[in-house]
Design a protein around this ligand. Sequence first.
Ligand SMILES: [Mg+2]
Length: 117
Amino acid sequence: MDIKELLIMQKSFDRYLAAKQIGQSDNEKLDEWNRSVLDKKLLALSVEVGELANATRCFKYWSTKEDEGKERILDEFADVLHFLLSVANSLQFTSEDIEHAYIRKHSENYRRQAEGY
Ligand SMILES: [Mg+2]
């Protein structure tokens, strides 16, 4: 499965959710509603990143407890991915947009490291 398929699956879910929220079935209206809640999606994404950090317990320097286990951490990772894909769809990013931006940034990160960034 690649990013393109994940974006399609997420768009399908986002439209399903929008249809339940606004009682419409027109895809343009559903996509418009999804774009209108972008700020809420970004907040939800931030919350899910926090939940992921919490599951790993990586920041709890005061605690000696183990992380919550791979399955729990993966579940939170999937929540992060869900909202990240939903944000991408709201911003009308294609899989090609994302892949090109990622590859460009990936190269830049190597360059920055090589130059002592
Ligand atoms: Mg979660």
